[in-house]
Design a protein around this ligand. Structure first.
Ligand SMILES: [Zn+2]
Length: 419
């Protein structure tokens, strides 16, 4: 007899967690990583884990793990991990991250209700600082867990408010003792809202995530020379503002419109100095955000931009300084797990849509150390990172149901087998 997923505790917990850090009507909730509001969310999550009689462990970066032990010691050595994050951006919705964590608890609850000890240890993880609002980089907890960043470097991070991450972790009582990476997952599954409009537009209720696009962030400074807007002839100018504007136009015309058209480029921050109407700008500082699901295309876009800046600097008499802020290669999720998700969805009468995630997620970090995959449910009007973020409860139910079926499918495999 298949296990059954009880939807009402999942919806009730989403609402209760969503009330923590609430900012008032229409203003969502704010639980930035390692603030007092986020601690209240952590405390609530840990209380729910204890209600299910899970083994609760916290690692050195404050990542929280709730484990339902396996029937055998061998099964404990091959944990199947689900999870996401419970920190938020400012004025957030209630679903981003929290849905994946609480749906994991719903799966564990199904096993508890049936009185079944799973063949593999079932773990739910809530990773620290996924959003990266207060401390950078984002997806920090899972990145450190997967060995991509040293714990000490992460603990030494200084926040936008001048706080040190390690101090805040200790202050909140979440500086755990387990070494990061202490549970090596046999597989990792993340259920998440899409945070984009693709599923809704296609009229499909479930997304099978093929992978996560790569991301390249740079801060570029062009240094020119300030001069009088009325007396300096055009040919004598070293106009950093012109250089910045030319770069924005280059990104649009030569990179994002070039075949095959998967590259995205954004200059989201731009400032000029001295920022005065009648002075030729001496300095322009701007960011470049490049994304592509294909590493070759992403690297090609970066190389084209480098070449463009070099040529521009020569022609305009500017100097260029580039600082790399973030660089993550694209991730393709595990083919075997994707097939299991496809099968689970089809068994429930739903043909999932395969899509690439435009946003970063903890699963892309966990993919470094374990077979990993993601399931998406639609976001109404594609809205996320916004108090209006919403998903039809029936779709929330479907996503959790598919997660449970994939877990059952995985647990039916013999120990030692690959997912
Ligand atoms: Zn998220």
């Amino acid at each position: 007899m298949p296990l059954s997923l009880d939807l009402s505790p999942l919806l009730a917990q989403l609402e209760a967690l969503g009330a923590i850090g609430a900012e008032g009507p229409g203003r969502g909730r704010t639980r930035l990583a390692l603030t007092d509001a986020e601690r209240a969310g952590r405390d609530q999550l840990v209380a729910w884990m204890r209600e299910l009689d899970l083994i609760v462990e916290v690692d050195q970066l404050g990542n929280i793990f709730g484990s339902l032990p396996a029937a055998t010691a061998e099964g404990d050595r091959e944990p199947l991990m689900m999870g996401s994050h419970i920190d938020t951006v400012r004025h957030a919705g209630a679903l981003d991250g929290c849905y994946g964590v609480l749906a994991g608890l719903a799966v564990q609850r199904a096993y508890r209700a049936a009185g079944i000890a799973p063949a593999r240890r079932l773990v739910v993880a809530a990773f620290t600082n996924e959003e990266g609002v207060r401390y950078q980089p984002d997806m920090m907890g899972s990145l450190v867990y997967a060995g991509g960043l040293a714990v000490d470097d992460a603990l030494a991070s200084i926040g936008t408010d001048g706080s040190r991450l390690g101090d805040e972790l200790a202050r909140l009582g979440y500086a755990g003792e387990a070494p990061c990476g202490f549970l090596k997952p046999w597989a990792f599954l993340e259920l998440h809202i899409e945070q984009g409009p693709v599923l809704e537009a296609a009229g499909v209720r479930l997304g099978l995530v093929r992978g996560v696009q790569g991301i390249s962030w740079q801060r570029i400074t062009l240094q020119g020379e300030a001069n009088h807007a009325g007396t300096a002839p055009m040919a004598f100018r070293h106009d950093a503002g012109y250089g910045a504007a030319a770069t924005v136009a280059f990104l649009r015309e030569q990179i994002t419109k070039a075949a095959p058209g998967t590259t995205l480029a954004t200059v989201g921050s731009l400032s000029l100095e001295p920022d005065v109407i009648n002075v030729v700008p001496e300095r322009a500082t701007f960011t470049v955000d490049l994304r592509d699901p294909d590493e070759g295309q992403l690297a090609a876009a970066e190389a084209k931009l480098d070449h463009f800046l070099e040529t521009l600097a020569g022609e305009e008499g500017l100097t260029v300084h580039k600082a790399r802020l973030v660089r993550f290669a694209p991730v393709v999720f595990h083919a075997g797990l994707r097939k299991r998700i496809q099968g689970a969805a089809e068994a429930l009468g739903v043909a999932p849509l395969e899509l690439t995630s435009g946003a970063g997620h903890d699963a892309q970090m966990m993919a470094r150390i374990a077979p990993s995959a993601m399931i998406f449910v639609p976001s109404i009007q594609g809205i996320s990172h916004n108090p209006e973020e919403a998903t039809d409860p029936e779709d929330l139910a479907l996503g959790a149901e598919v997660l449970l079926r994939v877990v059952e499918d995985c647990l039916a495999l013999p120990l030692g087998a690959a997912p």
